[in-house]
Design a protein around this ligand. Structure first.
Ligand code: IPM
Ligand code: MG
Length: 361
């Protein structure tokens, strides 16, 4: 198959990690007789510097025509402590999600047995954890209007709006996913307080009648935050809105050992974006210590979801598994039992992984 992939490396460690995603995809293409072409474009702070905006119209048009997008990370510390900045790197990310209609953000949380020691949680709580987030990505408080600072400068407003069709389309995806798994769905909201959450709950309740084989639990977000670390094994598919999903998925990264391991897919009806969940990590950028495995696992999601290449995707996942079994770690996933000589930099662990894929051929 021929596939055209746009690489939006973004900021900070974005370039360091996406280049390993590209190398892995290239190797997979060679092994399985596909042709993948890669085109680079800018997003985030790097786009503000070079093009004057965090995402240009030209880049959006190119992305719309691509078969898939591999994204690194966006964000730069110069904006974080400047609340008055009008142009911000994150606007590029929000815009591309909206423009491409990527309403469904899938974040798999699965602990690799070898990484149980890297988490801050107790091993006996984590072992066997395996669930998926379906986070709504193009609505809710991230996009609701109006959003403004009032004239006196002392008050500000954001708006959380959900329309029934927006809840329904992501809920349907989550139910369909649950059907292929353990058939358990938790829908997370704050229906005891928020009207938009009551609409959310009602919509999920109505849809659940079409899925009698799926067990649905409605859970308030504060309780969900607690249940996630109390007993993560109870979860199979978690369906939630934009902001709750943002927060809960960072929390859940500790269930997968490290934020450096978490991949994600953002899909709608056409082209999808595949990206690690972690941010641009400016503090470690350029030091060759970033963990490229989340990006590499994101390429596996791309192969599977956008290209329908299951075997190719499993080749990547198996290689990551093998790499971890052989003891190699980046520093974020090392623990007290890790042999110091097996703690590798970005390039070194990337090359180890590539060699595993080559040798498995
Ligand atoms: C994420 C990130 C983004 C979000 C930021 C960078 C805008 O935290 O993808 O989870 O909040 O959605
Ligand atoms: Mg986030």
């Amino acid at each position: 198959m021929n596939k055209n992939i746009i690489v939006l490396a973004g900021d900070g460690i974005g370039k360091e990690v996406t280049q390993w995603g590209v190398k892995v995809l290239q190797e997979i293409a060679d092994q399985f007789g596909h042709t993948f072409t890669f085109e680079e474009a800018l997003i985030g702070h790097s786009a503000i510097v070079a093009e004057g905006a965090p995402l240009s119209d030209e880049t959006i048009e190119r992305c719309k025509k691509a078969d898939a997008i591999l994204l690194g990370a966006v964000g730069h510390p110069m904006y974080d402590n400047d609340p008055s900045a009008k142009v911000r790197p994150e606007q590029g990310l929000l815009k591309i999600r909206k423009e491409l209609g990527l309403y469904s953000n899938i974040r798999p949380i699965k602990i690799f047995d070898e990484l149980i020691g890297a988490s801050s949680l107790k091993p006996e709580i984590l072992r066997g954890a395996d669930f998926l987030f379906y986070r709504e990505l193009v609505s809710g408080i991230y996009f609701g209007r109006p959003r403004e600072r009032f004239n006196d400068g002392n008050s500000a407003k954001d708006t959380k709006v959900y329309h029934r069709y927006e809840v329904e389309r992501i809920a349907r995806q989550a139910f369909d996913a649950a059907r292929t798994r353990r058939k358990i769905l938790h829908s997370i909201d704050k229906a005891n307080v928020l009207e938009s959450s009551r609409l959310w709950r009602e919509t999920v309740q109505v849809l659940s009648t079409e899925y009698p084989d799926v067990t649905v639990t409605h859970m308030f977000v504060d309780n969900a935050a607690m249940q996630l670390i109390r007993d993560p094994l109870q979860f199979d598919v978690i369906l939630t809105g934009n902001m709750f999903g943002d927060i809960l998925s960072d929390e859940a990264s500790q269930i997968a050992g490290s934020l450096g391991m978490l991949a994600s897919a953002s899909v709608g009806d056409k082209v999808g974006i595949y990206e690690p969940i972690h941010g641009s990590a400016p503090d470690i950028a350029g030091k060759n210590i970033a963990n490229p495995l989340a990006t590499i696992l994101s390429t596996a999601l791309m192969l599977d979801i956008s290209f329908g290449m299951k075997e190719e995707a499993n080749t990547v996942i198996d290689a990551v598994d093998q790499l971890l079994k052989s003891g190699y770690r980046t520093s974020d996933i090392a623990d007290s039992t890790t042999d110091k000589n097996q703690i590798l930099g970005t390039k070194e662990i990337g090359n180890k992984l590539l060699n595993i894929i080559k040798n498995n051929k």
